[in-house]
Ligand binder design. Structure first.
Ligand code: URA
Length: 238
């Protein structure tokens, strides 16, 4: 059981002060009955909430897909820099959202933003074998030695990487699939071959490809089908 002002604050953009006012204006109804006080407690999994005549859908968790632009950092707060949460619409702001996994400031592409810690763990843990696929451009030609090296497991200073798949798509471009998410992993893997990553774009997590309609900087709620796909483990490990 939770206080109604807490439930409303989590599910909407209203501040506690605004909620108090809405309640005193007799605009908040639970299961058809007018709510008298902000302290009234309810089981949020089992209520019909109406505010100012509008039904409010109660969601336990929120799952948002973002096409991250450059210059946003994958963090929940910083002193001066823009974070991916700055791109999230106002109505989700009262939730404890965080990006599930980090993309570097200069990396673009698919990011899941959620308030579901267990779900995030399930798609990030290397033991779950959920693949992440990236389009990469480097500053020197991609070689077959890199392809073989990625497959065998690149040795980084914090240990050997799991086998990764490097597919050459152009003289300087490739697709890379990994199932881990170490700090600057792809940049460091190419660094072992004397190459510098100049563009990095995540296009897939699990079996979910970046939705075509999601422009750079846009956020949308994931559908059930998309959430299912994002959790799917690699059938054939890279
Ligand atoms: N690997 C990197 O080096 N950077 C990213 O942002 C993601 C994977």
């Amino acid at each position: 059981m939770e206080r109604i002002d807490k439930i409303i604050s989590e599910q909407t953009h209203y501040t506690r002060r605004e909620i108090k006012k809405l309640i005193s204006q007799k605009l908040v109804y639970v299961n058809g009955e007018q709510v008298k006080k902000p302290e009234c407690k309810y089981d949020k999994t089992n209520i019909l909430l109406k505010i100012n005549g509008k039904d409010i859908e109660i969601k336990k968790h929120v799952y948002l897909l973002l096409n991250k632009p450059k210059d946003y950092i994958s963090s929940t707060e910083t002193k001066s820099q823009k974070t991916v949460l700055d791109l999230v619409p106002e109505k989700y702001k009262n939730r404890n959202l965080f990006p599930a996994g980090r993309l570097d400031k200069d990396t673009t592409g698919l990011v899941l933003i959620t308030d579901d810690g267990e779900f995030a763990h399930n798609i990030l843990s290397p033991r779950k074998h959920v693949k992440k696929e990236y389009e990469v451009v480097i500053d020197i030609p991609v070689t077959s030695a890199m392809v073989q090296g990625f497959k065998d497991g690149v040795n980084l200073n914090d240990g050997e990487c799991k086998s990764a798949c490097l597919e050459i798509t152009g003289e300087y471009s490739a697709k890379v699939t990994i199932t881990e998410g170490r700090y600057h992993q792809i940049k460091r893997m190419f660094g072992c071959f004397g190459a510098k990553v100049v563009e990095l774009n995540r296009i897939c997590m699990g079996n979910l490809y970046l939705p075509e309609e999601l422009a750079l900087g846009e956020v949308k709620e994931a559908t059930e089908d998309e959430l299912q796909k994002i959790q799917e483990r690699s059938v054939v490990l890279p």
